[in-house]
Design a binder for this molecule. Structure first.
Ligand code: PRP
Ligand code: URA
Length: 208
């Protein structure tokens, strides 16, 4: 499928198993999420463009590389926060915006409550961080907000996606590349991903 990339890696498979297990407690849950975020960041960064720069080693001049575009990470609160540290460690020059979106538990419609992003979105590669793509309502709204502020080059980075969510993003925003660690089977009648891992925000932060 165009613009859909599944990050295949045995370590990712092992960590998804840890995340799915209902007995996994917050410390181990957060560690597994962070490790998968590293793998996603490595995969996404394969397409970063580089500029050549001249540097001086202790011995002679040589050519090196630097990223030629501003990178903006945008975690969707709350669960997206769990990806930030890994991405920032690998891309320390990145700026970080935040979008607060919560699904209304009855209607499953996204409700936004916070928005703050850096300047020059139109010149940036914007990477949305949100572990769960369920109905796709939250991610689609986040992409819309970013486009309204000028973003043109947007990547959505997820842990688990339902086919329904992937379809919604591809219908609403077919220019957005989706990177995902696992595509699950379907949504249940409450909009939860099956088999999934439950509520990613609650399991990350221990709010049950
Ligand atoms: C979760 C998750 C996504 C959203 C996905 O957030 O982090 O943002 O659900 O569902 P959707 O694709 O159907 O919109 P939630 O609303 O549970 O908020 P939280 O992260 O604060 O727990
Ligand atoms: N949000 C979650 O955290 N989990 C799901 O299964 C669906 C939406």
């Amino acid at each position: 499928m165009k613009n859909l990339f599944v990050v295949e890696n045995p370590l990712v498979q092992r960590d998804i198993t840890i995340l799915r297990n209902k007995d996994t407690k917050e410390p181990e849950f957060r560690s597994a999420l962070s490790r998968i975020a590293y793998c996603l960041a490595m995969e996404i960064s394969k397409n970063f463009k580089l500029d050549l720069v001249e540097i001086q080693t202790p011995l002679e001049k040589t050519l090196g590389h630097e990223i030629n575009q501003q990178i903006v990470l945008v975690p969707v609160l709350r669960a997206g926060l769990s990806f930030v540290n890994s991405f920032v460690e690998l891309i320390p020059e990145a700026k970080v915006g935040h979008i607060g979106i919560q699904r209304d538990e009855k209607t499953l419609m996204p409700v936004d409550y916070y928005y703050k992003t850096p300047k020059d979105l139109h010149l940036s590669k914007v990477i949305i961080l949100d572990p769960m793509l369920a109905t796709g309502g939250s991610a689609s709204a986040a992409i819309r907000f970013l486009k309204e502020r000028g973003a043109k080059d947007i990547i959505l980075s997820c842990l688990i996606a339902a086919p329904e969510g992937i379809n919604k993003i591809q219908v609403d925003h077919n220019d957005v590349k989706i990177y995902v660690a696992k595509i699950d089977r379907e949504l249940n009648s409450n909009g939860y991903i099956l088999p999934g891992l439950g509520d990613a925000g609650d399991r990350t932060f221990g709010t049950f």
